[in-house]
Design a protein around this ligand. Structure first.
Ligand code: ADP
Ligand code: MG
Ligand code: MG
Length: 199
């Protein structure tokens, strides 16, 4: 079972991963966007780490809701409200139990991804974070490692796609041949989740 401490460790691991990979995320965003995705997420996840430090939120759902709220308020780009909505909706779906199972997390994340598609209007194949999130959440019913691998494959599969949502869609066919920054950061979040589950 996964307790509040597991969720804190996931998000602080994600913050460290985002910090380490920020330059790569920004480089991907400079090819098909405005070169701020790494900086956006670094700022957002630094705020998440800071907000979690006082340990006020101690249940899985509360940790995710608090983190989501930080991302929504601290990140100006499209990704902040989208990731914030993902975590907040997932946290709300988890409710106020002290522990949840991996399958319960997968179910809650499904609600979170639904909220992301509702907010942003993107469906799989539009070359967005949704392309990594949907397969990852499906695979989470199998294992944390399967979710990590599915997210990574989903991110890589955005390379040949033409963007239909977000800033990259303004490029039309010129968005083809580049990996989507948001799908890449989604893969990092699931890599951090698998790493947390292993520790
Ligand atoms: P911005 O584009 O505002 O600068 P970021 O660079 O932080 O924001 O994030 C860009 C990423 O956000 C994209 O690579 C894509 O994955 C994701 N994104 C943008 N618009 C949408 C949308 N409508 N639905 C889902 N994801 C989106
Ligand atoms: Mg950007
Ligand atoms: Mg921007």
């Amino acid at each position: 079972m996964l307790d509040g401490d597991f969720f804190r460790r996931w998000l602080t691991t994600a913050a460290a991963t985002v910090d380490r990979e920020a330059d790569r995320l920004t480089e991907l965003d400079s090819a098909i966007g405005d070169a701020d995705h790494g900086a956006n997420l670094r700022r957002g996840f630094a705020a998440v780490t800071e907000a979690l430090a006082p340990r006020d939120a101690d249940h899985p759902g509360a940790v995710l809701v608090l983190a989501g709220r930080q991302l929504i308020s601290k990140v100006g780009g499209a990704s902040g409200p989208l990731y914030g909505t993902l975590l907040r909706t997932t946290g709300k779906a988890l409710g106020d139990g002290a522990e949840v199972s991996r399958e319960e997390l997968a179910q809650a994340l499904r609600a979170g991804v639904d909220a992301v598609t509702k907010l942003g209007g993107a469906t799989p194949g539009d070359k967005t974070m949704v392309d990594a999130l949907v397969p990852a959440v499906d695979a989470l019913s199998t294992s944390f490692d399967a979710a990590r691998d599915a997210a990574e494959q989903g991110a890589e599969a955005t390379i040949p796609l033409q963007a239909r949502k977000g800033r990259a869609s303004y490029l039309g066919e010129r968005s083809i041949g580049h990996q989507d920054p948001g799908a890449t950061s989604s893969a990092l979040l699931f890599a951090a989740l698998a790493e947390t589950a292993e520790a």
